[in-house]
Ligand binder design. Structure first.
Ligand SMILES: C[S@@+](CC[C@H](N)C(=O)[O-])C[C@H]1O[C@@H](n2cnc3c(N)ncnc32)[C@H](O)[C@@H]1O
Length: 391
């Protein structure tokens, strides 16, 4: 991660501008281990530069939660701050090279916001959950150039590998997302997917609640699938196969197909391994029989206009509020240099919490750097936060 070690750290008057970078305000953490965050804007991206003492030296780096990608933005902003403040750099891992066009975000790599704001339309869309080596995903995309494939993975090296292959094979019909499949389906419009592949998911025999397939996932899958759309599980685990059969039998109306040791056009790394060990392979496919109503998420990330009393901060800082749908945690608090305060928040679902900041100035609240992803749990966490702030 890019960082600078400074001889002395000089503060600056806000707001300030250095070339194309602007610095809006700074906020200092309350309590132990003082660190300050400098609100920075560069190329339309808002993020924090973090300053803290590291032994005798002063360290300047980007804040983890708001860190923009590519790294070039952070490097440039760090150097701009050092320059503007007249701070002397002792050592750094920051080069002064300009933006590397080859390191620009890969077109196929999408953020969840992309899907949450405007789900892509194509005549046929298929989803693969946990694509791993991406052999199956790539094979499907190559053999079906008119179908759009969305690949979900939570393992970053697998994502990087898949992106490389997409470039090498020049594929324009794959979108990749680093996101938990159990939460993704809620962003999918009803009746829009023709297939969902779940091939060789982690069996989680000791912690079945962590399995991708579960009642909530199947319910959302049925809603997201077109009539006659298919949820295809392929597994070597007899436990998972039985569990899936049982889970698929809970909805009131579906059809299923079961196959044992059926060959498919492409085998994954896992499948090769299990076949060598002469393990059985099970396919359990759920076929959706219904047209589902459109899903409506009510609510916006807007705070009530009633002024927030500063006395609320000591009551909510470092508190965690657990609910059956998820949680809200005010992890740390900060004082803003010219009045007002800020909280570092974790909120939303337990499986994929959102991390961001809440700024309260002149009695009004706003999120930084952007509002949370528009998911049902984030909207619930927002309502809870608004209620707490107006206590
Ligand atoms: C056993 S591997 C199988 C990979 C690939 N489907 C294959 O057949 O070779 C399971 C994959 O699912 C991914 N995974 C696990 N839980 C996930 C989740 N909740 N959402 C998305 N991917 C997940 C893991 O990172 C892993 O790459």
């Amino acid at each position: 991660m890019p960082h600078l070690h400074l001889d002395t750290f000089n503060t600056i008057p806000f707001p300030a501008v250095e070339g194309e970078v602007s610095f809006d305000f700074s906020a200092i953490s309350r309590g132990e281990g003082k660190e300050s965050l400098i609100a920075t804007r560069y190329k339309d991206r808002d993020f924090f530069i973090l300053h803290k003492k590291s032994g005798e030296k002063d360290l300047l780096k980007s804040d983890k939660i708001t860190r923009p990608s590519p790294n070039f933005l952070v490097k440039h902003a760090l150097l701009a701050y050092a320059n503007h403040s007249g701070s002397t750099i002792i050592s750094s891992n920051v080069d002064t090279a300009g933006e590397n066009v080859h390191l620009k975000q890969h077109d196929a790599l999408k953020s969840v916001d992309f899907f949450a704001t405007d789900f892509p339309s194509a005549s046929e869309v298929r989803l693969e959950v946990g694509f791993g080596s991406a052999r199956h995903l790539l094979h499907q995309a190559i053999t079906n150039p008119d179908i759009l494939f969305i690949g979900l993975e939570i393992h970053k090296p697998s994502i990087e590998q898949a992106l490389k292959q997409i470039t090498i094979k020049n594929l324009a019909n794959i979108m990749i997302l680093d996101y938990d499949a159990r939460l993704f389906l809620e962003f999918v419009p009803s009746n829009s997917l023709s297939r969902i592949y779940v091939h060789f998911p982690v069996p989680w025999d000791k912690k079945p609640h962590r399995r991708v397939i579960g009642d909530a996932f199947v319910e959302e899958a049925i809603r997201a699938l077109k009539p006659q759309g298919r949820l295809e599980l392929r597994t070597d685990s007899e436990n998972y196969y039985r569990f899936a059969l049982e889970t698929y039998s809970h909805p009131p109306q579906v059809t299923f197909e079961v196959h044992k040791n059926r060959d498919i056009a492409i085998t994954s790394k896992y499948e090769d391994r299990w076949k060598k060990m002469e393990k059985n392979i099970y396919d359990v496919t759920l076929i959706n029989d219904m047209q589902s109503p459109e899903k409506r998420l009510e609510g916006e990330f807007i705070f009530s206009q009633i002024p927030i009393n500063d006395a609320i901060l000591p009551k909510i800082e470092r508190q965690t509020y657990r609910r059956e749908w998820g949680f809200l945690n005010a992890e740390a608090s900060f004082d803003i240099h010219d009045g007002g305060w800020m909280i570092r928040l974790a909120m939303g679902s337990f499986d994929r919490p959102e991390h961001l900041y809440l700024i309260v100035k002149n009695g009004q609240a706003r999120y930084f750097p952007t509002v949370p992803v528009r998911s049902s749990t984030n909207l619930k966490a927002h309502i809870l936060l608004d209620e707490l702030l107006h206590g």
